[in-house]
Design a protein around this ligand. Structure first.
Ligand SMILES: *Cc1c(COP(=O)(O)O)cnc(C)c1O
Length: 422
């Protein structure tokens, strides 16, 4: 299987003779064995198999394998949500006294995790402006920096990551480059091809695609050499909590295996089999959906950019967009369905516009089949002043629009009648 659209449909699960054609939901916490020895080999990682669903489950396994194949990684670990994917991936390499160097243009939940919660446990974050130069960003890296973090396309500011700039800093300093690829998925961009070492996802968005199952995943790129630096000592020393295992000795799967046998064992944020089933089902149409989301968003962005009541539009498909060149370099097939725009008349007009929409609904979720909008200034970010909003790139008239896979003309018609009535 080479092509991504085929992997979306067929990847991750191959039934043997007489087994179910569709990935079954294995709704069991435990697995039976005939001898104690067989079980002991599993605990010692001498044999592959299932013994407790917190660590591995066949339905979850099929989802992990499919996403891992799509990204071209070495292994993957599914999690209960996108937030737990980011948390586990960070804790897998960071401890008290370490730091993260992260783009400022990231999902609000990740921003809170890095700026408020992790510092309580001694992990500090140094944020950089995504447009800053290589030298400015590199100046934030020191001997306790364990990860450089960015989002392929940031939610909701629609900034596209300059992979070349960040991966060069990561390579030269032998630091792990971690990318949240939620808003484009491997169908449009594979971060590992552009120098990322670890990819994290909220599968609650496009991967599921229907807004029915929370989930996340960590994909190990298998392309970071833990033996080439002293930065990640924990990977070089025996893990006494796991029979003296030295993770670096595992080679390409060091990051992923540690994440599962240590982080998942101790923190337990596993994806449920039911959610893995639903996400897997959604992913069968991922390639088709991403193509349609991208086409529709391009048409809507072009329409909005010509509308007299619209002050500005951000979507990387637009030639006038500051991130257009980066988008053409890293995601030429399509730039996804997420965009933002400003309605003339400020916050008040933005709210009025949204209330006049008929088909497009107001929800906090993004990136599923249905078109939806959100006005961050009056909802998710309402506690911030106009000056604070400006500082993080969220204008008070910013409307975040997640373009769905409905007919593009119906989406445009709904926007048109709402703009006409404010
Ligand atoms: C939604 C989102 C998350 C968090 O995912 P949950 O599944 O809601 O926990 C992380 N990153 C990005 C880019 C997101 O859009």
């Amino acid at each position: 299987m080479k092509n991504l659209d085929t992997i979306c449909v067929q990847g991750g699960y191959t039934p043997k003779s007489g087994e179910p054609r569709v990935v079954p939901i294995v709704q069991s916490t435990t697995y039976a064995y005939e001898t104690a020895g067989e079980m002991a080999d599993l605990f010692d990682l001498k044999a592959d198999g299932y013994f407790y669903t917190r660590l591995a489950n066949p339905t979850v396994d099929a989802f992990e394998k499919k996403l891992c194949q799509l990204d071209g990684g070495s292994c993957a670990v599914a999690t209960a949500s996108g937030m737990s994917a980011t948390l586990l991936a960070i804790l897998n390499i960071c401890g008290a006294g370490d730091n993260i160097v992260s783009s400022r243009a990231i999902y609000g939940g990740s921003y809170n995790l890095f700026s408020v919660t992790l510092p309580k446990y001694g992990i500090k974050c140094r944020f950089f402006d995504p447009d800053a130069s290589k030298e400015e960003i590199e100046a934030l890296v020191d001997e306790r920096t364990k990860v450089i973090f960015a989002e392929t396309v940031a939610n909701p500011t629609i900034v596209v990551t300059d992979f070349e700039k960040l991966s060069r800093i990561a390579k030269e300093n032998k630091v792990i480059f971690m990318v949240d690829n939620t808003l484009v998925t491997p169908v449009l961009c594979r971060p590992l091809d552009f120098g990322a070492n670890v990819v994290v996802y909220s599968s609650s968005k496009y991967l599921d695609g229907h807004a029915v199952a929370l989930g996340g995943c960590i994909v190990d790129g298998g392309n970071f050499d833990f033996t080439a630096t002293n930065r990640y000592e924990e990977f070089l020393k025996p893990d006494e909590s796991y029979h003296g295992l030295v993770y670096a000795s595992l080679g390409k799967t060091a990051f992923g295996v540690k994440c599962r046998v240590q982080m998942m064992r101790d923190l337990g944020a596993m994806m449920s089999p039911q959610n893995a089933f639903l996400t897997n089902l959604g992913m069968e149409t991922l390639a088709l959906r991403m193509e349609r989301h991208s086409e529709n968003a391009k048409k809507v962005a072009e329409y909005l950019s010509k509308h007299p009541q619209v002050e500005w539009v951000k979507h990387p498909s637009l030639e006038s967009d500051p991130y257009h060149a980066l988008a053409m370099k890293y995601m030429p097939k399509g730039q996804g369905g997420m965009m933002s725009f400003g309605v003339k008349g400020g916050s008040q007009k933005a709210s009025e516009f949204m209330e006049k929409l008929n088909m497009i609904t107001i929800v906090t979720h993004v990136a599923d089949a249905r078109s939806c909008v959100l006005h961050p200034a009056s909802t998710t970010h309402r506690q911030l002043s106009s000056a604070d909003l400006e500082a993080i790139g969220i204008a008070d008239n910013l409307i975040r629009l997640s373009v769905g896979i409905e007919n593009s003309q119906d989406i445009i018609d709904d926007i048109e009648q709402a703009l006409a009535s404010i």
